[in-house]
Design a binder for this molecule. Structure first.
Ligand SMILES: O=P(O)(O)OC[C@H]1O[C@H](O[C@H]2O[C@H](CO)[C@@H](O)[C@H](O)[C@H]2O)[C@H](O)[C@@H](O)[C@@H]1O
Length: 394
């Protein structure tokens, strides 16, 4: 399955992972009790963190990470009013594709490998099934994409694993035949098996297994959400979302140029609104040592420190589906964001599947393959369905 390439490609790295030490957050937290947790403890480990003082946002790398957190817009060719990538960008992308080939170009390879195997499909939502847009509430999936995902689910167990609130992503996707994991995998509605018991029903009244490893953080996230809404009120373009087990602070529409905060005014500094938003999240996090920050595409995400992520959600779902112990399973995870890397790493480590990164620019990734944009994701999924139909016909 390994495809060896010796080329080194110019890579636009993602925002550097914000390590606890860079944030000034110490690596251990006050331990807290997992007493009465309704799930097997083997899934969860809780990192410890000592209480400590946070550094200023400008010196700890938050701003650099924020500025480079989403692929740059393509250059606009004014003569024709169309977006075109420059030659340099193209060359860099082509070299990067030697390391992370297009899943469309290598479709035959993938389908050959999948022959006589059971495929498990994992899909991220934003930037994978829907295009990235300025307003998160308008990130709609096209009907064509919905139809394609429905067809995929006819043949392969399929799960959506999103950073969003699970109910929200279910509303956006609207397909009952899938499994859904929201809040970066911290809210999973999965299948009932003989090893786990029904503890919930889905929107259609079907019996399901609900797994919420960060349940005890609910009131804390709610409180933080309300504080963030209040504190970012004065920042034009800022938007805060409550995803139940995490909260997101969007800055895609925040002016990166000039703005004066009182705090910075006092320090006699001219600041950008980005500084204000970073400072605001930073100040709130200071009071919650059991929460941590992660970066997404033009979004800061506040979430519990528990050792749980999209990768763990993949493992959990594979186990729930009874697919984790079988040698004839090929898992495919398609995603576009930093948070999807945890899932790519899991598949790479298990060596039983492919991560596919959706990106129009080179990025450091643990994914094996790449696709440029949601339109290519749809083509890939359609090809998979066509292939499966042909195989079944034979
Ligand atoms: O795990 P995902 O399903 O990819 O969710 C990650 C975040 O997606 C959304 O934000 C992103 O998409 C928005 C709409 O295109 C865009 O405006 C924003 O800049 C992106 O970060 C969602 O709103 C976030 O809360 C999710 O965490």
């Amino acid at each position: 399955m390994e495809l060896e390439t010796n080329h080194t490609a110019p890579v636009l790295t993602d925002p550097a992972p914000i390590s606890k030490s860079r944030l000034g957050i110490h690596s251990s937290l006050l331990p807290y009790s997992q007493k009465g947790a309704p799930f097997p403890s083997k899934y969860i480990t809780i990192p410890r963190k000592k209480p400590g003082k946070l550094d200023d946002v400008r010196s700890n790398g938050w701003l650099d990470a924020m500025k480079s957190s989403s692929p740059p817009r393509k250059k606009l060719n004014k003569d024709f009013n169309v977006e075109v990538p420059s030659d340099d960008t193209d060359n860099a992308y082509l070299s990067w594709m030697l390391k992370h080939p297009s899943a469309l170009n290598y479709f035959e390879c993938i389908s050959n490998f999948a022959r006589n195997k059971k495929i498990a499909m994992f899909l991220d939502y934003d930037g994978t099934l829907s295009p990235i847009v300025d307003d998160p509430d308008r990130a709609l999936m096209s009907d064509a994409m919905r139809g394609t995902v429905r067809n995929v689910a006819k043949y392969f167990p399929t799960a959506i694993i999103s950073g969003r609130n699970r109910d929200k992503v279910y509303d956006l996707v609207g397909l009952t035949e899938l499994y859904y994991a929201g809040s970066h995998g911290m809210d999973i509605m999965g299948p009932v098996t003989n090893t786990n018991n029904v503890n919930s029903t889905d929107q259609q009244g079907k019996e399901v297994k609900l797994f919420q490893p960060a349940k005890e953080f609910l009131p804390m996230i709610d409180e933080v959400f309300r504080t963030l809404v209040e504190n970012t009120k004065g920042i034009k373009g800022a938007k805060v979302e409550n995803h139940k087990f995490c909260a997101s602070v969007h800055y895609r529409n925040v002016d990166e140029k000039f703005g004066l905060s009182v705090w910075l005014f006092l320090a006699s500094l001219l600041a950008t609104e980005l500084v204000n938003i970073a400072q605001c999240v930073h100040d709130v996090l200071k009071d919650y040592p059991r929460l941590r920050l992660t970066h997404g595409r033009k979004v800061l995400e506040v979430r519990p420190v528990i050792d749980w992520n999209k990768g763990k959600a993949v493992e959990f779902l594979l186990e729930s589906l009874g697919l984790n112990v079988r040698d004839d399973v090929l898992s495919i995870y398609i995603g576009d964001d930093k948070t999807d890397e945890d899932a790519f790493k899991v598949l790479k480590k298990r060596n039983r599947g492919y991560g596919i990164l959706v990106s129009p620019v080179p990025k450091e990734t643990s994914a094996f393959y790449s696709l440029r944009e949601p339109a290519e994701v749809m083509e890939f999924l359609k090809a998979l369905v066509r292939w499966k139909e042909q195989v079944e016909d034979k």
